[in-house]
Design a binder for this molecule. Structure first.
Ligand code: RNT
Ligand code: ZN
Length: 417
């Protein structure tokens, strides 16, 4: 992309937005600070480095067999480092407990320690990334149908221990990076078929959570991820949205909204303002469900732009943690990362460019035609010229230029795996 034409288009776009009362330079400063928590698991199809791991159970499934998957910790790191050269801004890296630096050792989930993540902390610091964390309840011989909600105390204790340790690791990360580590807790617990114990399992889950959260930490924040259903758990999910919303509101915990975890016609954007009134913050897993929680690569669609707009309209960028969650093994995995990160940033750019003052003025005056008309017009305003300039300013590939860079990396690195 020619520098001069990017700059020229930007100047015109800036003027256009200015006429609507939008200060584009301020918007660019804000966008620069919108951190995205990049999920480590797109690099290797949610495999991890546990020497006992096997993916399966819990409704998690990466489909596809595109060559070049990262095979070990160094490859995950090199790939993510490459991704970072193709996106602007300062971001975060979201690790799962199964991605510890275990070497050749077999470390079971109830044995993980901060030491297993020390090299991640150092690496992340070097790359200017802050870390987030997740406990991992799936893909383990003890995963079964029920983990934290299991009536069998031995199994339940195993997972409680794992989750407590995950929190201690998150605390160590938060302390190391001098910024809270956001720890997400998602358990697949549920039932394939009819169950007559809905209440019982939820009661057990509540007790397990209380026990897990008994220790208070300063450098980490807990969030709880709800889900509608998983494959193999079609009839019942213990950690439903109602369950975690209730728990989060009562205990002041963050609720994680994964955009693939609801009825497909449900608006996740509409949940932002409701949640923010009753829970401290929000964690997002921006994903793309196709017919079900399929975890397709996030793209710039109406769901994502509406979500971003609701966050900006609620002036809540400082209360919403934006994470990605998808795993597509059918296309170039680095490409998948870059598409999703850039799409999310574009959504926030569009949201920040909204002529909100005018729109709100119209609404206050009851000028609903004018409000709708301007909302329609904003869709086609030259936000893309601002986007290109944002990339140029950050010295990264502008527009589709990143495609060639991914192709080059594929040729030189991933295709040789
Ligand atoms: C599963 C949840 C969960 C996982 C990751 C790997 O449905 O979305 O967030 O995708 O933790
Ligand atoms: Zn998720």
């Amino acid at each position: 992309m020619k520098k001069a034409s990017v700059e020229q288009s930007y100047a015109i776009a800036k003027e256009r937005y200015q006429s609507l009362g939008v200060d584009v330079e301020k918007v660019l400063d804000k966008l620069q600070k919108v951190a995205i928590s990049i999920h480590c698991w797109q690099a290797d199809d949610v495999t991890g480095f546990e020497n006992l791991n096997n993916l399966g159970g819990g409704g998690i499934q990466a489909t596809g067999n595109y060559p070049g998957k990262a095979r070990h910790i160094d490859e995950v790191r090199t790939d993510i480092a490459k991704v970072l050269t193709l996106v602007a801004g300062e971001h975060r890296l979201n690790l799962h407990a199964i991605y510890g630096d275990f070497g050749n050792k077999i470390v079971d989930r109830n044995e993980i320690e901060p030491a297993h993540f020390q090299s991640w902390m150092e690496w992340a610091k070097e790359k200017g990334l802050k870390l987030d964390f997740n406990s991992t309840s799936f893909g383990h011989p003890k995963s079964g149908d029920l983990t934290l909600a299991n009536p069998n105390s031995e199994i339940r204790e195993f997972w409680i221990e794992h989750t407590k340790r995950s929190r201690a690791i998150s605390e160590a990360m938060g302390k190391f990076q001098n910024d809270p580590c956001i720890m997400n807790l998602w358990v697949h617990d549920g039932s394939k078929d009819l169950t007559v114990n809905r209440y019982k399992y939820r009661q057990i889950l509540e007790q397990s959570l209380d026990e897990i959260f008994a220790t208070e930490y300063k450098n980490m924040k807990d969030c709880l991820e709800a889900k509608l259903f998983g494959i193999g758990f079609e009839s019942y999910t213990v950690g439903s949205y109602d369950f975690y919303l209730g728990y989060g509101a009562k205990k002041q915990k963050i609720v994680t909204l994964d955009t693939g975890h609801f009825h497909l016609s449900e608006s996740i954007a509409d949940k932002i303002s409701a949640l923010l009134l009753f829970t401290p913050e929000i964690m997002l897993h921006v994903s793309r469900p196709i017919r079900w929680d399929s975890d397709h690569v996030t793209i710039l669609n109406d769901d994502v732009t509406e979500l971003a707009k609701e966050i900006v309209r609620a002036d809540a960028l400082n209360r919403v943690h934006i994470g990605l969650d998808y795993f597509d093994a059918s296309i170039n995995r680095l490409g998948a990362y870059v598409i999703g990160i850039r799409a999310t940033q574009k959504a926030f750019l569009q949201a920040l460019l909204e002529p909100l003052d005018t729109l709100r003025q119209y609404e206050a005056n009851g000028q609903y035609f004018e409000r709708l008309a301007l909302l329609e017009e904003t869709k086609a305003l030259p936000w893309n010229a601002v986007w290109d300039y944002f990339c140029l300013k950050n010295n990264i590939a502008v527009g589709e230029d990143y495609i060639a860079e991914i192709q080059q990396y594929e040729k030189e690195v991933t295709s040789k795996r």
